[in-house]
Design a protein around this ligand. Structure first.
Ligand code: C5P
Length: 287
């Protein structure tokens, strides 16, 4: 049982309000990139998680990985004994605004739903997912969507053009709660997305330019390197638009085609985490 856990990219992110419990209400056009972690699962006696891949060391000290929490939560809700050996190939930087941990947890829910033969629907898994993290319901489907509420209200995104994405992270972890806390300013209306979608990356970039990421200024305040990443992305030939994703520090740049994005990454500093390619090809397997 092998599941891709693709990176989530917020093409825009408006903070539209705040709930009584402190969670923020969001409006965000979310897409998934070809960049992904990989999670595999097989039946075993107990529940275990093996970490490998270039970014695994960042998680090694963590006592309770979100993947294990997701596995235990699913087993408990389904009334089964959690029997699985999980392997996570970690390629996405942690605490970086592209939902790596959320994507991993979502991949675990999808994989174990099949491995344990539970037959839960995507909607039923999403209910469980929300309790584990606001981004996890969106990551379950890994399809482009418009996110509202704190992350639990999802509708399909308007048709997107084929386009390229560069992702770059200065290798500085930025904790999401700190960024939300540092955000100044009021609330913004949801973006008015065209139902017909966009013909090409240029049209998408023109609309995105009118919207923004309401966490970007706060993230730059906490981590000035985000401004350098944005400047470097904007200087890449062919870049249509550059913006921070989620609560940062990863930023994305939009290109006309995946090949353009892949070629452009070489010009970014080698010390950064960088990736170039296209959008995640299909929706989640197995649902
Ligand atoms: O749900 P998740 O664990 O991803 O969120 C991490 C933190 O980010 C929350 O504890 C909260 O401080 C903040 N957050 C928020 N509003 C959201 C999502 C996250 O304030 N919609």
């Amino acid at each position: 049982m092998l599941e891709a856990a693709p990176a989530k990219v917020n093409l825009h992110l408006h903070v539209t309000g705040r709930r009584a419990d402190g969670y923020h209400l969001l409006d965000s056009l979310v897409v998934f990139a070809g960049a992904a972690d990989a999670l595999s699962a097989r039946i075993a006696e107990g529940l275990s998680l093996h970490l490998e891949g270039p970014e695994a060391s960042a998680l090694a000290g963590e006592a309770d990985n979100l993947v294990l929490r997701a596995a235990r939560a699913l087993a408990e809700a389904a009334g089964v004994v959690p029997r699985a050996a999980l392997t996570l190939v970690k390629r996405l930087p942690v605490a970086s605004g592209i939902g790596g941990g959320s994507a991993d947890a979502a991949a675990a829910l999808r994989a174990l739903n099949r491995l344990w033969g539970l037959g839960w629907s995507e909607a039923r898994l999403a209910g469980l997912a929300l309790a584990l993290g606001a981004d996890i319901p969106a990551c379950l489907a890994s399809r482009p969507c418009v996110m509202a509420g704190v992350g639990e209200v999802l509708r399909p995104a308007p048709p997107l053009p084929g386009c390229g994405l560069v992702l770059a992270n200065p290798r500085i972890a930025l904790p999401t709660p700190a960024v939300f806390r540092a955000r100044a300013g009021g609330f913004r209306a949801a973006a008015a997305l065209p139902e017909a979608g966009w013909a090409d990356a240029a049209a998408l970039a023109r609309d995105l330019a009118g919207w923004g990421n309401d966490l970007e200024a706060a993230a730059i305040g906490l981590c000035p390197a985000v401004a350098s990443v944005l400047a470097a992305l904007r200087a890449l030939p062919g870049c249509r638009l550059a913006r921070m994703s989620g609560s940062g520090a990863t930023c994305f740049a939009l290109f006309d085609a995946p090949e353009d994005a892949a070629a452009a990454t070489a010009a970014l500093p080698e010390g950064w985490w960088r990736w170039g390619g296209g959008l995640h090809a299909a929706g989640a397997a197995g649902l």
